[in-house]
Design a protein around this ligand. Structure first.
Ligand code: G3H
Ligand code: ZN
Length: 282
């Protein structure tokens, strides 16, 4: 069933559990996330990033409609979220396309411009009942850029700056840089759990961990225990999908029917989703 991100986040925060948000690229991703949520008996967020919209020719409607239909038909509570939106034009489509939440990503701007643009996005969103997440600090690793040195000054999120940023922008949730980076294909990241706890104490809104594909199970559980609420996972699904397709086609190189290799690919993503959801519910 289709529910709202704000409600899932509120419930997860109150329960002290992590709420996983998985990135949708193709219909099979959406189906796998729904099936994994049903298998684990847990809610989840289906999120579509600006990069995924670019992959679909810059058109949000078809991928949003398909993802919404999958969520509505599922037996698990699923919310729809627009992720890493840098384009104000795309942001403005969120409401009409049925999104209850967005992540407005002004992290590439200077601090002053980030605050200004994010406050404006929040004002626009709140007038329409849209929950808005933003990022402070640099999580890095997007769009093929090399991972940032998480120990370099100015990369990790400072708790006092985070508190001021939340007050100045009015955001509903804050993505913070605490040691993870996007697009990791190995789960080797180590997080700064003391910093997560300081951020949790300093800011009044729930914290979001991006780049969670590269974070090992023990680190993820400790991050949730320290105060992380929304846990974003993208690359891990693609790693599972591609490995399954590669294995199938290596075994059967003459196969041409995509259903033959997309079925195991979708099942591999479902297993990945189920494992993350079970891990974060404990
Ligand atoms: O916003 C999406 C996430 O941060 C996904 O990151 O692909 O490294 O898991 P990931
Ligand atoms: Zn992200």
């Amino acid at each position: 069933m289709l529910v709202r991100t704000a409600d899932l986040v509120t419930d997860a925060r109150a329960a002290g559990t992590g709420l996983a948000a998985f990135n949708v690229i193709t219909l099979e991703h959406a189906e796998a996330i729904a099936a994994g949520a049903e298998r684990a008996g847990r809610p989840a967020i289906l999120q579509i990033s600006e990069n995924a919209v670019k992959f679909h020719g810059g058109r949000l409607s078809a991928v949003a409609a398909a993802t919404t239909a999958v969520a509505r038909a599922a037996d698990a509570p699923l919310a729809l979220h627009l992720d890493h939106v840098e384009s104000v034009d795309l942001l403005r489509q969120a409401h009409a396309e049925g999104f209850g939440s967005v992540m407005f990503d002004a992290s590439r701007l200077t601090h002053g411009d980030n605050v200004k643009a994010t406050a404006e996005a929040v004002r626009w969103g709140h007038e329409r009942g849209i929950w808005v997440e933003a990022e402070l600090g640099r999580i890095g690793g997007k769009d093929g850029e090399p991972p940032l040195d998480a120990h370099a000054p100015g990369v990790r999120t400072d708790p006092a700056e985070a508190a001021a940023y939340v007050a100045d922008t009015g955001v509903d949730a804050l993505a913070v840089a605490v040691g993870s980076t996007h697009a990791m294909t190995e789960r080797t990241a180590t997080l700064d759990h003391a910093l997560i706890a300081r951020l949790r104490d300093a800011v009044p809104v729930p914290l979001v961990l991006h780049g969670s594909s590269g974070v090992p199970d023990t680190e993820l559980r400790a991050a949730v225990a320290a105060g992380m609420v929304k846990i974003n996972v993208g690359t891990a699904l693609n790693t599972a999908y591609t490995a399954a397709v590669r294995a199938f086609l290596t075994e059967d190189p003459k196969s041409v029917d995509p259903r033959r290799y997309l079925r195991p690919a979708r099942e591999a993503m479902t297993e990945t989703v189920t494992a993350f959801l079970r891990l974060l519910s404990r």
